[in-house]
Design a protein around this ligand. Structure first.
Ligand SMILES: *[C@@H]1O[C@H](CO)[C@@H](O)[C@H](O)[C@H]1NC(C)=O
Length: 220
């Protein structure tokens, strides 16, 4: 029996593997599956309430109507998200909407969403936005009110309010109901338990004092 795989077989295996890795949220099997926020089941997504009990308000929310407070945040931003709790009709739609308030010269620091691409529209202010691709190429754009930008799924990106006197406002649509967010600096320097200093010293080519200082600055 021949045990080695042909090049073609390997190629097909790899293509299938890649396809499953880049899948979006699963397609809904129903018109809607309004989240039962009281359910005790742990499943992928949220269980649905009886469709007969569904009303228009399940598809509406005012969760993004009010600005988030940016004063308590060291970077000067606040993100408010739609969730299956504040917008139950969102369940299984593969979508999230985010309100992003950014103080004057505030920053949404380098972060990534493991499960979603993001399209953002600047509604107020002047934003410098950008992302870095997997070959370390940086793409940036200056956004004024009404202008949009796309951050590809999983890539590290930022939004910076260039205005030193006025707050900025952006709204983002994300292609998952659970996009996830990892702030690079916070994940690396304030994880619990901590990543060993030796690892961070080598990874960032810095000293032990540098590691401690960054940890302290980030509240870790
Ligand atoms: C974001 O804003 C909300 C509403 O003002 C506030 O309750 C929350 O604590 C803020 N989050 C952070 C991280 O500052």
């Amino acid at each position: 029996m021949k045990t080695s795989l042909t090049i073609l077989q390997l190629f097909i295996c790899q293509a299938l593997l890649l396809r499953s890795l880049v899948k979006a949220d699963p397609d809904p099997l129903q018109d809607y599956c309004v989240a039962d926020t009281n359910s005790l089941f742990f499943i992928n997504g949220a269980p649905c309430i009886n469709p007969k009990s569904v009303v228009s308000s399940h598809f509406a929310t005012s969760a993004l109507a009010k600005p988030g407070k940016t004063s308590g945040n060291p970077f000067g931003f606040n993100v408010t998200l739609t969730t299956t709790a504040n917008l139950p009709g969102l369940n299984t739609m593969g979508l999230t909407l985010a309100r992003v308030d950014i103080a004057s010269n505030g920053l949404v620091p380098l972060h990534s969403h493991p499960r979603a691409s993001e399209v953002t529209i600047c509604l107020n202010g002047v934003l410098l936005v950008g992302f870095v691709d997997t070959s370390s190429r940086l793409f940036t754009q200056l956004l004024r009110a009404g202008e949009s930008f796309v951050f590809p799924r999983g890539l590290i990106h930022f939004l910076y309010n260039l205005d030193s006197s006025k707050p900025a406002l952006a709204m983002s649509g994300l292609s998952s109901q659970n996009p996830g967010a990892q702030i690079a600096s916070v994940a690396v320097f304030t994880s619990k338990p901590s990543i060993p200093d030796e690892i961070l010293k080598k990874a960032f080519q810095i000293s032990g004092q540098d590691v401690s200082k960054i940890r302290r600055n980030l509240g870790g």
